[in-house]
Design a protein around this ligand. Structure first.
Ligand SMILES: [Zn+2]
Length: 117
C-alpha cells in the first residue's frame, strides 16, 4: 500500500537531492536517516522514490534508508534498550515501558557519477 505520507517524503527528498547534486550529474545513490517517530514504511518509500525520480537524473538511484530504532525506557526497573517497534514489554514484567524516538529526516549523502565535460 502506498501512503500519501511516503509519497510526499519522496517528493521532498527528490527536490532536496536535485538542489544539492552538481548540475548535469547522474545520481547513483542517496542515503537518508529517518527517526523512529516518522513511522516510515521503508518499502513504501522506495516505491514512491522510484516513481518520483522516474525520468529525472536520479532515476535508478539507490535509496539507502537508515531508520533509527526506538529507545525504550522501563519505568519500573530503569532498563533502557532499543527496539524496532515502540510497544514492547520489559523483561521485568512491566508491559508498558515508555518508547521515545526522534523525528529527523536527514539527507546524509549523495553519490553521483563524474560530470562529463
Ligand atoms: Zn523493567
Amino acid at each position: 500500500m502506498l501512503g500519501v505520507h511516503e509519497f510526499s517524503i519522496a517528493e521532498g527528498l527528490a527536490a532536496q537531492v536535485l538542489a544539492n547534486a552538481p548540475a548535469g550529474a547522474r545520481v547513483r545513490e542517496v542515503e537518508i536517516r529517518v527517526g523512529a517517530l516518522r513511522g516510515l514504511e521503508p518499502e513504501a518509500l522506495l516505491m514512491c522514490w522510484d516513481s518520483v525520480t522516474f525520468g529525472t537524473p536520479m532515476a535508478g538511484a539507490i535509496l539507502q534508508i537508515d531508520q533509527r530504532a526506538w529507545s525504550i525506557t522501563c519505568s519500573d526497573c530503569r532498563r533502557e534498550w532499543t527496539s524496532p517497534v515502540p510497544f514492547v514489554s520489559c523483561e521485568c514484567g512491566n508491559a508498558t515501558p515508555i518508547p521515545s524516538g526522534s523525528d529527523e529526516l536527514d539527507l546524509i549523502a549523495i553519490t553521483v557519477d563524474e560530470v562529463e565535460t
